[in-house]
Design a protein around this ligand. Structure first.
Ligand SMILES: Cc1ncc(COP(=O)(O)O)c(C=O)c1O
Length: 404
């Protein structure tokens, strides 16, 4: 990878040391250009007219997203966030009282809140699979749960887990979970919000039935973009909770027909400029190659972990056998909020990990708020050194404040 060229393609690299890619990555110039051009056309020629003119380009987004995850374009719904994608899939499952959903310790807050809501409104039961000794979902425990369930009532209807959590470098063994889902005939929904764009995600290899993702994080797409994959194996069986005249056709006084492709999970109105931005960002990732991106991110993530623990009182908390670009850490005795704020003052973007984002994991490990530095391929070794240099100053500054 020509890192200098990639950085020159990214205006934000001139302004900040951006280590908040798990929040939202910096957008490449090509993405900005596509959006700006579309916005200009809209302003000058009208929203509907411009949409008609760009119909082919807008349609190409499905092909590119499908290629990225090795799906069919007809299995993709383009929506405005990972949460929207996930919710559309989850609530289309129509779970019944007593049905059980198996999830994992690294589960993201918004997903878990919806399990709790479904527990209240639909009477489902939540089963949390413990971690193994490496801190990733225990495949043994999952298999035991599935086997016991099958031998009794067969009430586990869904395995729903997060691939890469919001609060650390862990990569859950998504493919092995897929094998178990297939073996026991249970549906599988994967939250790939932090993994798509960071590492190769292949829905055929993983064997998930549904997958949700966002645009603004590792894909480097604009905010307000995301997508849902629903396998053709189950697409026709799912009815989204909210339909409209795009996802369905009103055919008679007492009848409607749903779309037979992923668009059944979409609605009429969406931001076209953003969608073209997503399309461009996906193509950018495809051109670089997901394997190359993943190698570089892993290399930078590991370097950052190694350099951080060399600093006094700094501890890194990432779990798992395979670790990616999200690095979670803290300095003993210094509040994470203080660290994030001080780094922001010198244009180093990091973010705060709070208990409420991944409550099960944070509580089990009794973790205080932590700092999250998430690297992307366009970050550099020099930026890592800069962060560490600034951290030494932050440590010194805090010890002075404490002694006043
Ligand atoms: C693991 C995970 N899932 C889901 C989400 C939600 O994504 P969005 O804000 O695009 O809905 C996030 C956001 O941080 C996340 O980290």
């Amino acid at each position: 990878m020509d890192i200098q060229k990639l950085r020159a393609d990214t205006p934000g690299c001139l302004q900040v040391t951006h280590l908040n890619n798990a929040g939202a990555a910096l957008i490449p110039q090509a993405v900005i250009d596509v959006q700006r051009d579309y916005m200009n056309q809209e302003a000058n020629y009208g929203g509907y007219e411009t949409a008609a003119k760009f119909a082919d380009e807008l349609q190409t987004t499905y092909t590119r997203v499908a290629r990225l995850i090795n799906a069919q374009p007809s299995e993709i719904a383009l929506v405005e966030s990972a949460t929207v994608a996930w919710g559309k899939a989850f609530f289309a499952l129509d779970l019944q009282p007593g049905d059980r959903v198996a999830t994992a310790m690294a589960e993201y807050a918004s997903n878990y809140i919806n399990y709790l809501q479904a527990q209240k409104t639909h009477g489902i039961k939540i089963e949390v699979v413990p971690n193994d000794k490496h801190g990733q979902l225990s495949l043994e425990a999952l298999e035991q749960l599935l086997a016991e369930d099958k031998a009794s009532e067969g009430k586990i209807k869904l395995i729903s887990i997060t691939h890469v959590p919001t609060n650390g470098g862990l990569v859950n063994p998504a493919e092995e979970v897929g094998k178990l889902a297939k073996k026991y005939g249970v549906l599988y929904l994967l939250d790939a919000c932090q993994s798509v764009g960071q590492l190769p995600v292949d829905v055929q290899q993983i064997g998930c039935d549904m997958l949700s993702a966002t645009g603004r994080k590792y894909l480097r797409a604009p905010r307000g973009t995301g997508f849902l994959y629903v396998s053709e194996r189950i697409l026709q069986d799912l009815e989204p909770k909210v339909l409209d005249l795009t996802s369905a056709k009103w055919t008679a006084k007492s009848a409607y027909e749903m779309r037979t492709d992923g668009v059944r999970f979409e609605n009429y109105e969406y931001n076209r400029a953003n969608r073209l931005g997503l399309s461009e960002a996906v193509q950018y990732a495809l051109d670089l190659g997901m394997e190359n991106i993943w190698q570089r991110i892993q290399q930078l993530g590991n370097l950052l972990r190694q350099r951080l623990v060399e600093l006094p009182n700094v501890q890194v908390y990432d779990l798992g056998l395979v670790k990616g670009g999200i690095v979670s850490w803290g300095i003993e005795g210094i509040p994470a909020e203080f660290v994030v704020e001080k780094l922001r003052e010198v244009q180093i973007n990091t973010s705060l990990i709070l208990e409420s984002g991944t409550l099960l994991d944070m509580q089990e490990r009794e973790l205080p708020p932590l700092v999250r530095s998430s690297v992307h391929y366009y970050n550099t070794e020099e930026e890592i050194e800069k962060l560490c240099g600034e951290l030494k100053k932050v440590i010194l500054l805090y010890s002075r404040i404490e002694h006043v």
